[in-house]
Each structure stands twice: as C-alpha cells, then as structure tokens.
Design a binder for this molecule. Structure first.
Ligand code: KG4
Ligand code: ZN
Length: 413
C-alpha cells in the first residue's frame, strides 16, 4: 500500500483479552499502528507464580473500558470514526475471552459497526506480517512472502507449528493453515514460567531466565528430550510431501490435499529434570531464601534477582534455556524441511527470547531459509496483531454473526 493510500485505508479497533493482558489497539490498513495499549496483570498473578483464570477475568472486566478509551485517545479516533471492531475469539482462558467478546459485541451493536472474530494464533502470525508490511512500505517495496510458510507460535499457552498457504502468491488475501505440530503437554513459555517459579525467580519467568542465562555456563548441566514417534511420519512420506509442495504453485498447493508430516514437542519432562537437579544438589534452601527476598516486589527485574543467584543456579538457568532453544529450533527446522517450507515466522511471547532469535537466525540462515520475528513489543500478547489479522477479513466481508461466542479451544485452519 502506498503512503498516500494508507491514509484513507479502513481503521480497525482490536481487542485482546485471551490470557493475562488486557489490550486494545487502533490499526489503519492492517499495518499502521495508530495506538497500541497493553495492560499486563503480572502484579495480580505474581504471588501465584502463574495466571489464575478467575483473577484474570476480574482484571479484564476492570481494565477493558479504560484501555479501549486510551487507545482511541492516543490514536486520535472515536467510536464513530472506526470502520470495524475486531476481537480475539480464542483460543485462551474461557472467562477472560468472554469479557472481551461480550464487550466487543455490545460496542459493535451500540455503534452499528461490523464485528470481526480473530483467532489469537493467527493474530501472533500477523504480528510478523504487520511489521513486514511496514518495512516494505518504508522501502517502497511490496512484502516478499514465500509459501508455504511455516509459523512457530511459541508462548505461555501454545507451542504450535502451522503450515500456511495463501490464495495468491503475494499472500495479500486470506491464508489457510495446517497444524503440523504442537506440544503434547506443557507449552514452551509454560516451561520457562514453571522453572522460574521452582527456582524462586518471579513471574513471568521467560524474560527473567532470558536475562539471567547470559551470566551462566549453558553447557554445565545436560538435559535430554524424548524423541516423539509419529505413526504418520516416515522419511519416505516426508520426501514425497516436500516434492509435492515444491512442484505446485502457491495458488494451487496440491500438497494441501495430502497430510504433511508432523513434528511434536514435549516440555513437561524438562521441568521435572530441573526439579530433580535442585533436589539432588541441595539447592532448596537458597531457593527459599531468594523467594522470601523477592516476595514483596510486584514485578521482579533481572538486576534485582541476579545478586540473589549463585554461580550454580545461573549455570542451571543457562543450561535449561539452551536445551529449550535447541529443541525448539531443531524440531522447527525438521518440520520446515519435511514440509518444504520456503519461509519461517517465529512468533508469540517466547519469540522475544534473545538466545532463540540468535539460534534461529544462525541455523535457518545456514539452510537458506528466511526467518522473521516480530519486534519484542509485538511478540507478547497485544491487540495490534488482532486488528491486523482482522484486516483481510474486513476486505473479504467476513464478519462475525451476532450469536458468535468465545471459544477456549478454537482451532486455526
Ligand atoms: O504470547 P504471550 O504474551 O501470551 C500467551 O499467549 O501465552 O506469551 C507469554 C509467555 C510467558 O510464558 C513468558 O514467560 C514468555 O512468553 N516469554 C518469554 C520471554 N518473554 C516472554 N520466554 C522466554 N524468553 C523471553 N524473553
Ligand atoms: Zn499469545
């Protein structure tokens, strides 16, 4: 879209309330963020070391109206100037989603605006796309997308691999998705949060482990991951699938009719392995002392927790992060190769991790696979990604019926 035409493009208000962030954003033309407000509930959940669903719903109820008002104010818009309202339908916490969906439905009805239901996971994928479009526009180019595109959505609630196909080579219309892998138990972000909790570091654990890992030896402790077997996955099938994908144009992906090979993840075992290490290396007393020292702090920072960690703890943290990063990268690249992916998107809260970005960049580049991440503020939950994902639906008149509802386990297709 040219700089002059974007000024006239439709404006969408996005609303996100699937987990522990209440967010609203105003986005023009699916790419220009006029405002993005994110209110995190970390202070509410910090004492519990994880998200408490009932408290999350209550906090969304409290925060939603002020957050939406602030987004509109910052964007210089009002309800009347909006072209549509978009809201996260799922997946996520049922009660939390319901707050956002009920509010968006009432607002759309009262203001007589079309309502668009967005899948949270597609939102995370659009966080990457949104910035790709912005960069292309700044450089006077069109977005260089290549299909099939493999997206790893890795966050506190999800570790999913989606193979995305587009109706046209440019990928400007709607996309369809095939799930080619997911976690069989804990999500990767959940493992970061649970390990941080058991080491007495604070919540959310991902950013703290990210900051602390740089101070430890990441080869000090060895962790192993189970190899997950799939009845539908064999090298011959994978080769056949990759050949079918590469010989069919993006607009007619013949391979879409065959099942792609699957690559699954599992992260509950590593949490138990960290716990075993703690118990067998007499670390429990120092963990309890750290927990007590940090008890009154609403949002623990790396500089507050670093002096409370001895060398052994920092080595354990660094080794845990390295194991997680290596497994995520190895399995994603295995899936990319098996599915004949031509481009890689890595998105979701854990995509903010510095080591994950570094490792993906090194390994994917070596394979000649272009890899893209959202900027850090757009990696974690936000509503700009919801408004951006709604834009192609707005253009295609794909509006939500009046009786649509929140869906905690909504699938992405
Ligand atoms: O996408 P997100 O905001 O919410 C969900 O949809 O789950 O992701 C939150 C998750 C949390 O588990 C948090 O610990 C993790 O993302 N996270 C990180 C980092 N920043 C956030 N994990 C590792 N390294 C980070 N820098
Ligand atoms: Zn998310």
């Amino acid at each position: 879209m040219s700089s002059s035409s974007i000024n006239l493009a439709p404006i969408i208000l996005g609303i996100e309330s699937s987990c522990d962030e209440t967010a609203a954003a105003v986005v023009r033309g699916g790419e220009e963020i006029l405002a993005s407000v994110v209110l995190s509930q970390f202070a509410t959940h910090q004492p519990f070391g994880g998200v408490v669903p009932e408290l999350a719903s209550r906090e969304h109820l409290r925060a939603l109206v002020p957050v939406v008002r602030r987004a509109l104010e910052e964007a210089g818009q009002n309800y009347a100037s909006l072209d549509a309202i978009a809201v996260t339908q799922g997946p996520g916490l049922a009660g939390a989603l319901l707050v956002g969906v009920s509010f968006a439905k009432a607002l759309a009805y009262a203001e007589d605006k079309p309502l668009i239901a967005v899948n949270h996971l597609e939102g995370h994928i659009h966080a990457v796309l949104l910035e790709q479009k912005q960069q292309a526009r700044a450089a006077g180019n069109t977005t260089a997308l290549r299909f099939p595109l493999l997206a790893l959505v890795v966050s506190g609630g999800h570790t999913h691999l989606y193979l995305a196909h587009a109706a046209d080579e440019a990928g400007s219309g709607g996309w369809t998705y095939q799930n080619v892998g997911h976690t069989r138990d804990d999500a990767a972000g959940e493992a970061f949060d649970k390990v941080a909790k058991l080491l007495g570091l604070g919540y959310p654990g991902g950013p703290l482990i990210d900051g602390l890992a740089a101070h430890g030896d990441d080869r000090a402790v060895k962790f192993a991951f189970a190899q997950l077997k799939h009845p539908d996955r064999n090298p011959q099938g994978a080769r056949k699938y990759a050949a079918a994908v590469s010989s069919s144009p993006a607009s007619q992906p013949g391979a879409r009719t065959t099942m792609p090979p699957r690559v699954d993840f599992s992260y509950s075992g590593i949490k138990t392995a960290v716990l075993r290490h703690v118990e067998t290396h007499a670390m429990l007393a120092s963990i309890e002392a750290r927990r007590k020292a940090l008890a009154g702090i609403a949002k623990v920072t790396v500089s507050e927790v670093l002096p409370l960690c001895d060398a052994h703890t920092l080595d354990l943290i660094a080794s845990f992060q390295r194991a997680m990063v290596e497994d995520l990268v190895r399995k994603t690249l295995t899936a990319a190769e098996a599915c004949g992916a031509k481009m890689l998107f890595v998105t979701g809260g854990v995509a903010a991790n510095s080591a994950l970005r570094g490792h993906f960049n090194a390994k994917a580049t070596a394979l000649g696979l272009p890899v893209h991440f959202p900027s850090r503020p757009l990696s974690t939950d936000n509503a700009a990604m919801i408004a951006a994902a709604a834009y192609p639906k707005f253009l295609a008149n794909l509006f939500a019926p009046a009786d649509f509802s929140a869906e905690a386990s909504l699938a992405l297709r």
